[in-house]
Ligand binder design. Structure first.
Ligand code: PBG
Ligand code: ZN
Length: 326
């Protein structure tokens, strides 16, 4: 007890602080999200996400090179198709926008890891993550028929060159279905990063502008989790592990640090946190107003993810973080 113990002794010298630091952010932890759109030389800035763009394939390739040169190991690709329909054709078609972007990136920057988000909401006319019953206006996605589409989508993404599949639709059994589909197609070595505990969150608002994937009616609360629940997250995670997930994701991140911590404690799989669009937009807005120091706030946020137990961080700040770490 005081005065024998004085914790400040270890804080006085900057080198000592560095030596006793428990968690550090590394460029190795980062995954940078990118949005692919049809066309050429297209770079539409997303209004609610300054510094984030919808990019045509040529621009995605240029961006992938920059990301790789910064030492960031991986990107995660989302696609915005020309046409949306009830079958989510753009998701599983071999000439889909994400398939094209994946192939182009793997050709130009073969050493960059390409993770592909496997969901249908960017490709369905109604914006839900799977099939709906005809006439349904609530968004109660039909689970089992949707699994077939997800399987088909993942196989097509891997055929295009995807290194890792990241299913994000929160359908029951989606990891198992995709694992089976990949194995049947001879892709047993492709890992699955499951969006295992994904909450129905208002923090996804800006992403839905970026990906043009807002549900046209209803909401996602019949498939994504209720933000009031944490034990349920552990149930979701255990199921995904048994179904064959190789890595687990918690999403969103900032308001769900307790979930990240519990997931890390409960498993021995790598844990990823998705620092989602709304979290990015809030920091950007405050920084652009001169209300906060962007670099310091972002680095503190990233460090906090590590402290909570995160191994991998999906973040729109990734390029800045990589630069700041240099
Ligand atoms: C698609 C998907 C979403 C995000 C990632 N994949 C949005 C949603 O569920 O509506 C959100 C990412 C972000 O907000 O940055 N299922
Ligand atoms: Zn979705």
């Amino acid at each position: 007890m005081f005065p024998v113990h004085r914790p400040r002794r270890l804080r006085n010298h900057p080198q000592l602080r560095r030596m006793v630091r428990e968690n550090i952010v590394s460029v190795n932890d980062l995954i940078y999200p990118l949005f692919a759109v049809p066309g050429e030389s297209v770079a539409n800035e997303v209004k609610s996400m300054p510094g984030v763009y919808q990019l045509s394939v040529d621009k995605i390739v240029a961006e992938a090179k920059e990301v790789y040169d910064l030492g960031i190991p991986a990107i995660i690709l989302f696609g915005i198709p020309d046409n949306k329909d009830t079958e989510a054709t753009g998701a599983w078609h071999d000439c889909g926008i994400v398939q094209k972007a994946t192939t182009a990136v793997k050709e130009a920057v073969p050493d960059l890891l390409v993770i592909v988000d496997t969901c249908l909401c960017e490709y369905t006319a109604h914006g839900h993550c799977g099939y709906l019953q005809v006439g349904d206006l609530t968004g109660r996605v039909l689970n089992d028929p949707t699994l077939e589409l997800l399987k088909k989508t993942a196989v097509s993404q891997v055929k295009a060159g995807a290194d890792v599949i990241a299913p994000s639709g929160m359908m029951d059994g989606f990891v198992r279905a995709i694992r089976l589909g990949l194995d049947q197609a001879g892709f047993e070595s492709i890992p699955i990063l499951s969006y295992a505990a994904k909450y129905a969150s208002s923090y996804y608002g800006p992403f839905r502008d970026a990906a043009d994937s807002a549900p046209q009616f209803g909401d996602r609360r019949t498939y994504q989790m209720d933000s009031a629940n944490s034990r349920e997250a552990l149930k979701e995670i255990q199921l995904d592990i048994r179904e064959g997930a190789d890595m687990l994701m918690v999403k969103p991140a900032l308001a769900y640090m307790d979930i990240i911590w519990q997931v890390k404690e409960a498993t021995n799989l790598p844990v990823a946190a998705y620092n989602v669009s709304g979290e990015y937009s809030m920091i950007k807005a405050a920084a652009l107003n001169g209300w906060i120091d962007e670099q310091k706030v972002v680095m503190e946020t990233m460090t906090s993810f590590k402290r909570a137990g995160t191994d991998l961080i999906l973040t729109y700040h990734a390029k800045d973080v990589a630069r700041w770490l240099q």
